[in-house]
Design a protein around this ligand. Sequence first.
Ligand code: GRF
Length: 201
Amino acid sequence: MKVGVMASGRGSNFHAILKESHNGNLPNVEIRHLIVNKKSAKAIEVAQEYNIPFTVIESKDKTRKDFEKEVAELFKKENIEIIVLAGFMRILTDHFVNLYKHKIINIHPSLLPAFPGAHAHRDAINSGVKKSGCTVHFVDEGVDSGPIIMQASVDIEEGESEESLSSKILVREHQIFPKTLELLCSNKIEIIGQNVKINPD
Ligand code: GRF
């Protein structure tokens, strides 16, 4: 399936997907295009390394509607079927989400529905939970609230810092995000309301 990626920052998840794809582990995934909403996004360097076409669509002086119109036009032209949010730090409008209903996936650094939002690591540490992790989910109209596809957990040790927790979780993110994408692109994911069922071969 033809996949478009959206990113805002360093692009390590994007890199993990491209690496797995390059190693032949994502046979149903065709990464076609990267869109970044900031020209400083390091994800651009990742795209260059793997020869993936990319476009900068600056979002800062634009309404969400205008920004998304440009994204939708580009992805339509590229026949994009699935959108991966790989550290894309902007909320999408209901209109855009519905245009690609159940076709947009995101990775979040907590075990959702716990700790949605921008400070997942800090919130997990401050709450005193002993485990956190990451979640790949479909994007719906809410914030980090769509149907959960896959999760991986890590232990939170005594004295854990935001940085150390973030690095531990990132390792797990790089494992489950490419894996989920391959399942989605090989039509093995079924959505029943808020529940997701993974159908084996
Ligand atoms: C990750 O922590 C991911 O969970 C969150 O944004 C961060 C992106 O990191 N959604 P990277 O740009 O993929 O390195």
